[in-house]
Write a protein that binds this ligand. Structure first.
Ligand code: ZN
Length: 112
């Protein structure tokens, strides 16, 4: 499998897990596949775990739309959040706002 296939299967797995955890609460699933990090606008890059490259795959529940959004973070934001640093608290609202806007754009485009 190449990286993209690995990513796609990871996203599906995440959606599957979420479905068994939350069931009918989630009506839609969406993957934010932008090139840039929703936390800071940098290019998405990989994290290093020893010799392995890893990506930071996360999910956000957009309750108003009953939609679970999966997204990637850059290595900077991912490590801030992983460390639960003070900065990480400031990253979350940005991520949420960017994801909501992108999703609403997507919905508008697909309905027109
Ligand atoms: Zn970032």
């Amino acid at each position: 499998m190449d990286n993209e296939e690995i990513l796609i299967s990871a996203v599906y797995q995440l959606f599957d897990n979420a479905k068994s955890m939350y069931g009918d609460i989630i009506e839609n699933y969406w993957f934010y596949d932008g090139e840039t990090c929703p936390g800071c606008g940098r290019q998405i890059d990989t994290l290093k775990f020893g010799d392995e490259d890893a990506i930071s795959l996360n999910a956000y529940m957009y309750r108003d739309m009953d939609t679970l959004i999966a997204y990637l973070l850059c290595s900077n934001c991912a490590s801030e959040i992983f460390r639960k640093s003070k900065k990480s608290k400031a990253i979350y609202p940005k991520i949420e706002e960017n994801l909501k806007n992108s999703y609403l754009d997507f919905v508008k485009k697909s309905s027109s």
